[in-house]
Design a protein. Structure first.
Length: 140
């Protein structure tokens, strides 16, 4: 019995933790449900780039899904701030956006975005797309 409890505890600790940052509450909820229900990952949410930076500092995360256009701090500003901390330079980021211009694509590539998913997205395919970009498996 004790070994089963230890297995469950270690298995729960091994779950991937992903931070989702989007200013749209409906998108946050949809992405969170997809990744938790389909993938079995732990999802942390933030409704702004500023809140996302605080969560990166206070929560252990394995990856970030980032909205491309947000008021206050857009994705480019967020990524520059994120990458300025040496501890976050290799943290994978997937961009989830409805609008990317050619002038922004090059700076985003320079800031190590591992992939881009365009809005509107298919909720049934979102988990697979994120997992593919991150090189993760879906375990749920």
């Amino acid at each position: 019995m004790n070994s089963q409890l230890q297995f469950c505890a270690s298995n729960k600790m091994a779950k991937k933790r992903i931070l989702v940052i989007d200013d749209n509450a409906d998108i946050l909820t949809l992405v969170q449900c997809c990744l938790e229900d389909i993938c079995g990952w732990n999802v942390i949410t933030a409704s702004s780039g500023y809140e996302g930076l605080v969560k990166v500092m206070t929560e252990k995360t394995d990856a970030i899904i980032l909205d491309g256009l947000m008021p206050g701090m857009d994705s480019l500003m967020f990524l520059k701030e994120l990458r300025s901390n040496p501890e976050n330079q290799s943290l994978p980021v997937v961009l989830l956006t409805g609008s990317i211009t050619l002038t922004k694509e090059i700076p985003l590539l320079d800031l190590d975005v591992v992939g881009t998913i365009t809005k509107p997205f298919d909720p049934l395919l979102l988990s697979e797309q994120v997992a593919q970009f991150l090189g993760w498996t879906i375990e749920a």
